[in-house]
Design a protein around this ligand. Structure first.
Ligand code: 2PG
Ligand code: MG
Length: 385
């Protein structure tokens, strides 16, 4: 595949932050790739450079790509690693690396007249959705995300239909029980309430049970950790053992199947303790592993996790994502490709989740988040035809 031209521009994410979009022109046409932005950005993630710097960098390295032939994704991605030369893309920018790497993936797919998910695998499979329906943050319930997921899936569409109807019903209940609630949404278009976590969990449990859905929580616990304790808005200061008891207590009391980032991003030991206590549940790492292969291996050896979040911009290239998913699957770790709080209209993650045969895709359920939901519906339709 020969590169005819490469362009870059600044665009805005759903969180109104500047991000980058790359356009790759090949003989068969032009493909676009943009990069999401995180809010709780973990320290183990690839480095995200300011857009102005990333744009400058593209102009510096452009000649390495122009008018050249590329035949594999690995070739592109090892060139990116070579040009950068650091462990975390701190020179080139993980955002620029991903924009280029994913533009090439789309280019290769176009070149072979395939959709990206088809290009990635001969045996694609539809993931189940895990959707953020209620959000808390410091000062409210403290738990960053209350999620819903199906236990069994007839179709992606049907799962989303159930989660959407639960989302609307949760809204009605919040209106009834939270005098401050007026259908306000957070940056992922999940409901925002001033109720405490017990009340939220009671409401969600009641509705989820009727719809054969299970609950998930993303505690994003690095955000609560002050170096010693997990500090909650209601005044609780929990050292890690108490945090462990708090989280496992919630799992015992409510139909929670999925727990993400219950401890801060370096505490493999507490993850292992929780995992041993909650054998049947999914204990997932986001900031702890940050889509980093070496950290995944530590998590596996320490039996710290049995589920893993995959965010392409945490690592920077498609080849790294593919290798990471393979390693997770080899070790029976449940794979969850995830959006970020600051998204763009790019639907790459839908194609990755399906093409790489991941178990779940983590998304929002409302507002601008339906861009990904709707792409999944199109992919499902295409796969069924
Ligand atoms: C998370 C995500 C997405 P962020 O914590 O899992 O829901 O947020 O953008 O901070 O990575
Ligand atoms: Mg998370």
């Amino acid at each position: 595949m020969k590169v005819k031209n490469l362009r870059i521009r600044q665009i805005f994410s759903t969180t109104s932050q500047k991000t980058i979009e790359v356009e790759l022109e090949i003989v068969k046409g032009i493909v676009k790739s943009s990069v999401p932005m995180g809010t709780s950005v973990g320290k183990h993630e690839a480095c995200c450079l300011p857009v102005e710097k990333a744009i400058k960098n593209l102009h510096l390295i452009k000649r390495e790509f122009l008018a050249k032939e590329f035949s594999t994704q690995e070739e592109v991605d090892s060139l990116l690693h070579g040009l950068d030369g650091t462990r975390n893309f701190s020179k080139l920018g993980g955002n620029l690396a991903l924009a280029l790497s994913s533009a090439f993936l789309k280019g290769f797919a176009l070149d072979s007249d395939k959709e990206v998910f088809e290009f990635l695998s001969k045996k694609p499979s539809i993931p189940k959705p895990i959707c953020n329906v209620v959000g808390g943050w410091k000062g409210q319930s403290d738990i960053q995300e209350y999620l819903l997921l199906p236990t069994v899936q007839k179709s992606f569409f049907e799962s989303v239909e159930r989660i959407s109807s639960a989302y609307h019903e949760i809204g009605k209940y919040l209106r009834e029980f939270d005098k401050n609630f007026n259908f306000g949404k957070n940056i992922e278009s999940a409901w925002v309430t001033t109720l405490n976590h017990e009340r939220i969990l009671e409401i969600i449990t009641q509705i989820a049970t009727q719809k054969f859905l299970r609950l998930g929580l993303d505690l994003a616990a690095s955000q609560l950790f002050d170096g010693k304790n997990y500090v909650y808005a209601d005044g609780r200061k929990l050292p890690s053992l108490e945090q462990l008891n708090f989280v496992s207590g919630l799992v015992e009391k409510y139909p929670i199947d999925y727990i993400e980032d219950p401890f801060e991003e370096d505490d493999f030991i507490s993850f292992s303790k929780l995992r041993a206590r909650l054998e049947e549940k999914l204990v997932a790492a986001d900031d702890l592993v940050a889509t980093n292969l070496n950290r995944l291996k530590i998590g596996i050896v320490q039996k710290a996790i049995n589920a893993i979040i995959i965010k392409p911009n945490q690592v920077g290239t498609i080849s790294d994502v593919i290798e990471f998913v393979r390693e997770a699957k080899r070790n029976n770790i449940t794979t969850i490709v995830s959006h970020r709080s600051g998204e763009t209209e790019d639907t790459l993650i839908c194609h990755l989740a399906t093409g790489l045969g991941c178990d779940f895709i983590k998304l929002g359920i409302s507002g601008e988040r339906t861009t990904k939901i709707n792409e999944m519906i199109r992919i499902e339709e295409k796969l069924a035809s």
